[in-house]
Design a protein around this ligand. Structure first.
Ligand SMILES: Nc1ncnc2c1ncn2[C@@H]1O[C@H](COP(=O)(O)OP(=O)(O)OP(=O)(O)O)[C@@H](O)[C@H]1O
Length: 219
């Protein structure tokens, strides 16, 4: 399994008591699988994605990514592990505003330093139709171009797992289709995709959909 979440619990402290954001969630994702996560606002979808990505430690249960528990690693080792195993794509892109498109993508290679990073970045950007935008900064791009840049960054280190949180939430239909097509291709080539989405069209691309309510998976 590329991702195994077992009986995950997450409780957030808050001013008026605690919030049980995840209450015993289990999930498995293997190579070639494209799974959508749906559920109402506040049901715990983003929290699940953060746990699955080695970004937020569970309060109970376990998370195994490609056979390893990221929360048993020291934080430096965990950061390195994340950058080699996982690509993240977010609704708000999270590009660095003062770096060019090419340098935004190359930023993903800082922890790993592969010798061919620049060539691979250029190839991915060309594949995503951005070869004429390499030296633009994100503010000069359309939103669709920004998300395709973020997707190139997510794929730079050849991760096995893509975690995407509403990646089409800011895109028009045409740009959304392009991003979903690239995620589908990634899964068809043996990657695993976990996609949090409110969008019916996006969810229809997934082979499996899990529904969450109040911190639990409800089929
Ligand atoms: N840092 C935090 N501190 C306290 N409570 C939090 C925190 N983050 C999330 N929560 C609460 O945990 C619950 C789950 O939040 P989460 O963001 O995982 O839901 P979601 O399903 O992704 O929602 P949305 O669809 O609106 O993005 C919500 O009740 C939320 O208010």
């Amino acid at each position: 399994m590329l991702l195994s979440v077992t009986d995950a619990q997450k409780i957030y402290p808050s001013a008026n008591g605690t919030v049980r954001a995840l209450d015993g969630v289990s999930l498995e994702l293997g190579a070639g699988e494209f799974t959508a996560v749906r559920g109402q606002s506040g049901s715990g979808k983003t929290t699940l994605l953060l746990l699955a990505g080695g970004l937020l430690a569970p309060d109970g249960g376990t998370v195994m990514i490609n056979g390893q528990d990221p929360y048993k690693m020291a934080s430096d080792a965990r950061a390195h592990f994340r950058s080699t195993e996982i690509g993240f794509v977010f609704q708000q892109f999270h590009l660095i505003p003062y770096l060019s498109v090419l340098d935004n993508v190359l930023a993903a290679s800082i922890p790993t330093h592969p010798a061919d990073a620049k060539q691979r970045a250029s190839e991915l950007l060309a594949k995503f139709g951005l070869e004429h935008r390499l030296h633009h900064v994100p503010g000069q791009l359309s939103v669709g171009e920004r998300q395709r840049t973020a997707l190139a960054r997510a794929l730079l280190n050849q991760p096995k797992l893509i975690l995407a949180d509403e990646p089409t939430g800011n895109l028009d239909r045409e740009n959304a289709e392009a991003v979903l097509g690239h995620l589908t291709e990634f899964a068809n080539e043996g990657g695993a995709v976990l996609l949090v989405t409110h969008d019916d069209e996006a969810a229809s691309r997934a082979k499996r959909t899990i529904h969450m309510a109040a911190g639990k998976v409800v089929e």
